[in-house]
Design a binder for this molecule. Sequence first.
Ligand SMILES: Nc1ncnc2c1ncn2[C@@H]1O[C@H](COP(=O)(O)OP(=O)(O)OP(=O)(O)O)[C@@H](O)[C@H]1O
Length: 703
Amino acid sequence: MSFKPKVALAQDFLLQLARLPVSMHAKVMKWAIQFQADPTSSGINYENINGARDPNLKSVRLDKDWRGIVFKPSKGDVYVLLYVDHHDDAYRWAENRKLTINPVTGAMQMVMLEHVAEQEADRGALEQNASEYAAPTQSVEPAPSPLFGELSDTELMSLGVPEELLPVVRKISSEEALDALQPRLPAEAYEGLFLVAAGDSVSQVLQARETRVDQAIDTSDFVAALATAESQSRFVVVDDDEAMQAIMNAPLAQWRVFLHPTQNKLARGDRSGPVRVLGGAGTGKTVLAMHRAKWLAENRALGGKKVLFTTFTRNLALDIEENLKTLCSADTMAKIEVKNLDAWVGGFMRARKLEHRIVYDRKQDGALQAWQAALATKDATLDLPDSFYSDELEQVVLAQGLTTLDQYRTARRVGRGVILSRAKRDAVWPVFEEYRGQLASRKLKEVDDAYREIAEMIAIEQGSQLGYAAIVIDETQDFGPQALKLLRAMIAHGPNDLFFVGDGHQRIYSRNRAAMSRCGIDIRGRSRKLYLNYRTTDEIRRQAVALLEACEIDDLDDGHDESKRYKSLSHGPAPEVRMTSGLEEAARVTIAFIQQWRSVQAENESLSFCVVSYSEKSRDALGQQLQSAGIASVPITAQSNHADARNVVHLATMHRAKGLEFDCVIVVAPENYLGPAEETAGQRRLLYVALTRAKRGALLLQV
Ligand SMILES: Nc1ncnc2c1ncn2[C@@H]1O[C@H](COP(=O)(O)OP(=O)(O)OP(=O)(O)O)[C@@H](O)[C@H]1O
């Protein structure tokens, strides 16, 4: 019996594949597929690389000019396709690189040794300069102390620092120096170091990322090393032609193949109950949720059960369904139902022949008439404005699902600002009762009441009859208490029941703040965080976070979240925040910004743009101005986000932009959105969401 050797692809190989000239692309694909089928074939000539620091790196000839760089250890049947380039460039790439196994975590790591040498040389030169020019009598500023001086080598390596980089990491004495080293560090090492710099202990970091460092590691066993979540964040084992082809056909869809170790661990395996994953914008929550749904569908959706993937907004559900189709086989897809919660509720009501229509907006049609009729009954002696009644209805009566005066008399009204005596509560309540009566006579129902009533129906029938093996929830921050209670009711308590991802920074439907624990969802011991922002440059991320500096951010439960520990993996220009005289000037600046970025885009590149505005009216006005300047645009609506549209500028309201991403984003907002933080938290969250849609460039215009 013969065993096929293991073949893996490195992330660098795929990134390089995406950069290849069209003429080489097909050739490399063909070669890689043949290589995967039989890396021991006598037709493959592994050549040593003169001067290579790692004797296991070999060069393989593709044609007269092109070479593949392959890792082929002397022990074990493992082959890793690392890189491909012109002969000389490929050799240069390989010369100072070394593929090693971290002796503490057991993860495979590619180390650039030249960097170690460079740093030593730079430091030597700096020190020499300093001693030459320092005036002997002057007092010299004490050298800043190293950030990681207290950590042992083992602790540093347990965070993911390669042994070869220990000397460089030991010299880091500022956040800037750490950031400068980031491209050379494995992602888990960079993340671990910035968490420690922010105040976490090594054991806290390891516990949160579920990394064990108590096992003996064989640093020559590359097969075992490939099995770690850390290795899988940069190497993928490919078992057959089909898998190889699928990965190479979309080399830039990295999220499908290389998960961050925390994403990887959370996506797979059983969890004893509800899980909550927090993460700032762009930290890969939706990607994680999709991989989790896939794993659950493939491994735990048995006996005809399904996995429900739900979101708050319809657009995002559509987007996620499209992405899931690229991640899952048809068989797996058949076991996943993707639906925003309101669509699910609509379907449930139709299936049960429940006649009511749902009210999402009290300012329209029958709901408006019902509300006005209810307000007409208010007790004039109370001297409370209409806005008090609508806020009280949303934030207390509907949010808590109060249906009787007795319940209202004892209800929590934390954060409402106005204290109501029992007598006043008695006088206020009839307005809400009247409103529900008015709605009922029109066959209407507030959405929170619909959630509550359906949850009650399901509880009686037992949620397990809905046939879900698990429910995965994106955008959790926008679900209010009744929605969370409904989700809880939709599935029986048990392993893998509920998997929530969300971000308090992005709550833009503020009436919906909820604490999971008060909705019957116990996440104790099962809450995790993602810290690395894969989408937004650190410059844009910092600007977006700065907008929320004085605002309190919750953790979707009863605690707080903070922004200090998030970081981005990419860098670019800092976004400009500019005051304009109004929409016309904002349009002119927008046009100049778009033209500027288009003028520097690469030949075969088509940058995506979105102008994100504060209202549909301003969005359309900006669209017209772009049109007059010859720039085609398309608005994003509830029905479509036009993800495939090329060479057009997208236009969106801030709410519609949620969950999407573009290369460049221009945000247009009224000046007062940046008023005193305590009065503008809601608007600032909208700005945070809008700005963090940008991958590379952003501009914030105040009008
Ligand atoms: N492991 C990964 N490797 C590479 N890219 C990733 C990875 N995870 C996520 N991404 C990319 O990062 C971007 C943001 O991911 P995603 O939309 O999942 O983040 P999010 O936390 O849900 O963002 P938001 O809350 O802002 O909507 C996407 O372009 C996604 O493809």
